[in-house]
Design a protein around this ligand. Structure first.
Ligand code: ADP
Ligand code: MG
Length: 697
């Protein structure tokens, strides 16, 4: 960012936000639009026309020439098709037009997006619908209109539609609970999200020499670097100048788009970093996270870096996640998951807390499935990330209260006190009631839950709409109970007691990475679904179909389609990885190894009788040749496994074959190649290694 530019002048300049609307819209229209946005009235043609006109004028003043409905199909990326504002006149000039109808509805021929059988190609029509709860913005020369994407028959084909539906049901059920508990001043409840985004930066020179990074986003080969993350010196370390320049540029672009980039730091693995915004509604936060991922990748190129968002780009060092900080906030600004100083007598807090606990235990499979993708499979259950067991960290204070609830009622709250460092010049610090736990997949962190299993490349939509829906479902049960109650206070206590009794098993404050926990969790009857394919298949369990149907978030048909898309995506990803593995192994690695073997053979042939100890050259040659044989037979086995998987048609069966046959065969090829990398002449090795990629800035 230019040092002359003031941050406050830059923030949000490219967003058609409320300040701009208040300035540019007639007062009555602005007021009506706010009502449309909060769901109390429906959009009319008149409002849309005025808004479209104001947007067009604003966009043209900012140099825009085009507009696009910006949507999030099931690819996990965003999609955009730009139309210009021009409308030629008979005399050869143009007028610039943008109508309310064009703002509200788009009709891309979007038949090439994954639909999981919801549409076949000849049924090409799809619609995009303006989501007026997420602000319109300008990027480059185009006005971006955040939109939902559905089929001709109104079925969701995207990530936004179920998220918006889940927000509605959550609002409805949370309001019922609030009313039943006697609250009169709140008129809506929304879920909020602050996603911490992890990523890697590698120099573009190395990226371009590695087919695996280019095609799969992760290294499919690579012997470990002699130095990894064991010195624990990268985490929160001083930012490298080149990285710092990159981050400054990223922030500048994000701030202009109204994305509140707030926190940045070095992460645990070398070349790994994190960026986190200030939280906002789950819908806007999800859009902003997509913008953030795109901006990271775009700006990285400008700095001759490449940004890797894959969950596990490098074996042997930490992978990347996306910590989804999630909470529930009222329109009056009250965080329903804020315990206050004496949580034991904060009935609202206890009810919402217990609702989340029951939802997470009851629908653990859905939460697990919401983070299942091929990349995350390397992370969940590996040693730096939460295992595939869902459990909740509550911390000492709340666990104590939870236990009191099970015993009949909570009477006290443990307090944190003060922390004294024993140095007279340092102030005493107020101590939190609870320590943190970095190993928990679902941790209470003071006034929100942090869902840590989410993968770094994933849209935050899935984990959020699952969480919203399952919590709404439990809130519905509670509301049903309390609305018919004659003594709400006593009955609320009963509800809390039952939840605290039934769901004690999901609370775990210890070390989630320990083997003991895996055994303990098994005893408690908690699932441990390590495979992404198994996790995805649980989506279609009856209670999962039912909960989405009950809350009109996804129909059975939509859910089937989605599951199919996710399974297909798994197979497609593995097919690309296997293809790249074979190509690199056959055309780059094997030839290099053979060249080295030839060189050794020549050395052996060149030995004369005068050489006293020819054994070294001979031994090396034998060793290398035997490793080459291993590599060659591993390649052959992988070829066969891929051939078999490609023949299978049913998405679930195919994904399972990739998982069970292709993944281990790929691992064999890698092991053989990585062993050779540690032996073969470095001059002959065709790929940049882990040392360069992780340590050269
Ligand atoms: P950590 O110490 O967990 O790494 P960070 O500061 O990196 O914390 O990120 C915490 C994230 O949680 C931020 O994005 C922040 O805005 C978000 N957050 C804070 N309060 C809430 C809330 N009530 N709802 C949702 N997200 C929240
Ligand atoms: Mg963090």
């Amino acid at each position: 960012m230019d040092s002359q530019v003031k941050l406050s002048d830059v923030y949000g300049v490219n967003v058609f936000n409320d300040a701009v609307m208040r300035q540019r819209l007639p007062k009555t229209i602005y007021k009506e639009f706010v009502k449309v946005r909060n769901g109390s009235i429906e959009m009319t043609q008149a409002i849309a026309d005025v808004l479209a006109g104001a947007m067009k004028d604003w966009a043209l003043e900012h140099g825009a020439t085009h507009y696009t409905h910006w949507f999030q199909p099931m690819t996990g990326f965003t999609a955009e098709k730009h139309d210009s504002f021009i409308s030629p006149t008979p005399d050869g000039r143009t007028i610039l037009e943008f109508s309310g109808s064009e703002l509200i509805k788009g009709e891309p021929d979007a038949s090439s997006f994954p639909s999981g059988g919801l549409r076949v190609t000849f049924e090409a029509r799809g619609y995009t619908a303006w989501d007026c709860t997420s602000p319109v913005f300008i990027k480059g020369k185009t006005l971006y209109i955040p939109s939902a994407f559905c089929s001709y028959t109104g079925e969701a084909l995207d990530k936004k539609t179920p998220l918006l539906r889940s927000m509605e049901t959550l609002n409805k059920q949370a309001m019922r609970v609030l009313r039943a508990l006697g609250n009169g001043d709140v008129s809506s409840v929304t879920s909020t999200l602050g996603p911490e985004q992890e990523y890697f930066l590698v120099d573009r020179r190395f990226f371009e020499k590695r087919m695996d990074l280019m095609l799969a986003g992760r290294t499919l080969f690579g012997a470990p670097s002699p130095r990894g993350q064991e010195m624990e010196d990268h985490y929160f370390g001083a930012l490298h100048e080149r990285v710092s320049a990159f981050m400054n540029d990223v922030n500048f672009e994000l701030w202009q788009l109204g994305v509140s980039a707030k926190t940045q730091h070095n992460e645990v693995a070398p070349a790994q970093y994190e960026i986190a915004p200030i939280f906002t509604t789950v819908n806007v936060a999800t859009d902003h996270n997509q913008i953030t991922m795109e901006t990271l990748q775009k700006v990285a190129r400008r700095h001759d870096f490449v940004c890797l968002l894959h969950e596990k780009p490098f074996a042997g060092v930490n992978g990347s996640g996306k910590h989804n900080n999630w909470s529930l906030v009222t329109d009056t600004g009250n965080n329903l998951l804020d315990p206050g100083n004496t949580p034991h007598d904060n009935m609202l807090f206890l009810v919402f807390l217990c609702a989340v606990i029951r939802a997470v235990d009851k629908y653990a499979h859905l939460l697990r499935a919401s983070v299942a993708n091929p990349g995350n499979e390397h992370r969940l259950g590996a040693n730096e990330a939460p295992p595939a067991i869902i459990s909740i960290f509550l911390g000492d204070q709340l666990t104590d209260i939870f236990e009191q609830l099970a015993a009949g009622g909570a009477k006290t709250s443990q307090q944190g006190g003060q922390l004294k460092l024993g140095i007279s010049t340092l102030p005493p610090l107020p101590k939190d009631c609870t320590d943190r736990n970095r190993t928990s997949p679902f941790a209470f962190t003071g006034n929100k839950f942090e869902f840590r299993m989410v993968g770094s490349s994933q849209s935050t939509s899935g984990p959020c709409f699952v969480l919203n829906t399952i919590v709404a479902d439990v809130l519905m049960e509670i509301a049903d109970e309390l609305e018919k109650s004659k003594d709400v206070k006593a009955d609320a206590q009963k509800v809390l007691k039952k939840i605290a009794t039934d769901h004690a098993r999901i609370i775990f404050n210890g070390d989630n990475y320990s083997d003991d926990w895996v055994k303990e969790a098994h005893k408690r009857g908690l699932s441990n679904i390590a495979s992404a394919v198994d996790a995805l298949e649980t989506i279609l369990e009856k209670e999962n179909i039912d909960v989405f149907k009950r809350h009109k978030v996804l129909s059975k048909h939509e859910l089937h389609a989605r599951t199919e898309i996710l399974l297909e995506n798994y197979s497609k990803t593995l097919n690309i990885e296997a293809g790249a593995t074979l190509s690199m192994a056959k055309r780059q690695i094997l030839p290099a190894c053979i060249a080295y073997s030839t060189k050794l053979a020549e050395a052996v042939n060149g030995l004369t009788a005068a050489d006293i100890r020819p054994a070294v050259q001979k031994r090396e040659l034998e060793k290398v040749n035997s490793l080459i044989e291993d590599l060659s037979s591993a390649i052959e086995a992988l070829d066969k496994a891929v051939g078999k998987a490609r023949m299978i048609e049913k998405p679930g069966d195919q994904a399972r074959c990739f998982k069970e046959d292709v993944v281990p065969a790929m691992a064999e090829v890698r092991t053989a190649a990585d062993t050779l990398e540690m032996t073969v002449d470095a001059e002959l090795w065709p790929l940049p290694g882990y040392v360069e990629m992780l340590f050269l800035r």
